[in-house]
Design a protein around this ligand. Structure first.
Ligand code: SF4
Length: 428
């Protein structure tokens, strides 16, 4: 199978160009996509037109790569639980605007259906778009706002996260199931180029969420999370959300909240999503009952990491140490690995990831699509040539073969998967 290239007329209408086969992008290069790496665009996936960009395809007559002059390039935003193998391939015209913070996976048209080069990496269905009943979410917010009239966090999760940003985690909280978010920090000690909660005024793009504006109290955190741990199916509560800065800057509050929570219930998993900047704070949180950590990183290579995170006062070694500390205490450690074809599957990145796994005893890789404009990202971190690459699919297979105990997925696992049969399908 070879899908045809897609283009848009600039008015939101998308067409296939039957003179060109679709290709993918890896780093700065347009590359053919192996036939067995295309899958149907999963439910919940969306298509974007990319203004000021001309799609690149393979001419079905000549076999040569050339531009599609019929309209703007098209990319797919693939839904959670799926990882893209190639980005959309296009040539960017001079006046093109910077693209917002979404992922831009390649897409094509084949036998009247949309296809993308991707894989379902996670069987958990917690963020399936078909699983959300908007009316039930709304009534859940009304009920819990009434139940916690003075809780600023529940108010933030209801009005901003669930009803404005459509945050899947917040919506699951108001549906009384699975992973519940606990944003806690208005500040951060990093300056990620593609930060989703804060973008400097001078930047052309905006953040997808506004950063939390208050420091929640221990009481506010404990009040709504204990009932969730007690009553929800496969309960996880997670500090560190897209609508805040770095939770470890609030480690004393988090410490006291965990102590208080565990006085009331031993159920579920207490997780923190973090940039891993403060291993001492992580040690303290493990000692009082933290169960798992997810450390976010665009790369396991120090130079590529520092060029993107631009930390104020921590080192790459601190990040690695935070993972090791959790493992030392028998906790579950994942990385939130921003997948960028051409950077993630680079041979030096592969070696760095192997070193990270060996050096820390990492449990899980969450292969998450990097939500960023590819040209903007590579330009800002100073990468003009992404070097030798093996393909994201091949990279996954190599890592799995060498480290079969390292789990692959997309979400923070519940205690039932951490302590039980990880591969078992709990949610169905
Ligand atoms: S660590 Fe998170 S909150 Fe901080 S700058 Fe990076 S993306 Fe933004």
């Amino acid at each position: 199978m070879q899908p045809f290239l897609l283009y848009s007329d600039g008015k939101g209408n998308i067409f296939e160009d039957r003179s060109l086969y679709a290709v993918g992008r890896s780093g700065w290069d347009a590359v053919p996509v192996p036939e067995d790496e295309w899958i149907l665009l999963p439910e919940g996936g969306q298509l974007y037109e990319l203004p000021g960009r001309r799609g690149i395809g393979i001419d079905i007559q000549t076999g040569e790569m050339r531009l599609c002059g019929k309209g703007w390039a098209v990319a797919a935003f693939i839904p959670p639980a799926h990882t893209g193998f190639y980005m959309a391939a296009y040539e960017t015209l001079h006046e093109a605007p910077t693209l917002p913070l979404f992922c831009y996976t390649a897409a094509g048209w084949y036998r009247d259906q949309f296809y993308v080069p991707a894989i379902r990496i996670e069987k958990d269905i917690r963020q399936e778009c078909s699983g959300y009943d908007e009316e039930k979410v709304k009534s859940g917010t009304v009920q819990l706002l009434h139940h916690y009239p003075h809780n600023r966090l529940v108010k933030h999760l209801a009005e901003n996260c669930a009803l404005t940003y459509q945050c899947p985690a917040a919506r699951n909280y108001f549906l009384g199931r699975w992973e519940c978010p606990i944003p806690s920090s208005p500040a951060c000690n990093a300056n990620c180029i593609g930060c989703i909660s804060f973008q400097p005024q001078e930047e052309e793009i905006v953040s997808t969420q506004d950063r939390l504006t208050f420091r929640p109290s221990v009481e506010e955190i404990v009040e709504y999370t204990v009932p969730h741990l007690e009553q929800a199916s496969f309960p996880v509560i997670s500090f560190g959300q897209g609508c805040e800065g770095e939770p470890l800057l609030m480690w004393q509050t988090i410490r006291d909240a965990i102590i208080e929570i565990r006085k009331h219930t031993g159920k579920g998993s207490i997780n923190i999503n973090t940039n891993g900047s403060m291993p001492e704070a992580v040690e303290t949180l493990m000692q009082v009952g933290l169960d798992s950590i997810r450390v976010s990183m665009n790369s396991a290579r120090e130079n590529i990491y520092l060029a993107y995170y631009r930390p104020n006062n921590y080192t790459f070694e601190d990040v690695v140490e935070s993972i090791s500390v959790v493992r030392k205490h028998g906790g579950w450690a994942s990385i939130n690995y921003f997948v960028f074809p051409g950077m993630t599957d680079n041979t030096q990145e592969y070696e760095a990831l192997r070193k990270l796994i060996r050096g820390t005893g990492l449990n899980m890789i969450q292969w998450r699509n990097f939500n960023i404009d590819p040209d903007w990202y590579l330009g800002r971190i100073g990468v003009t040539d992404s070097g030798e690459c093996m393909g994201v699919k091949q990279m996954m297979e190599n890592i799995h073969e060498e480290f079969p105990l390292v789990k692959f997925g997309y979400y923070n696992p519940p205690m039932e998967r951490i302590r039980g049969d990880f591969e078992k399908d709990y949610a169905h």
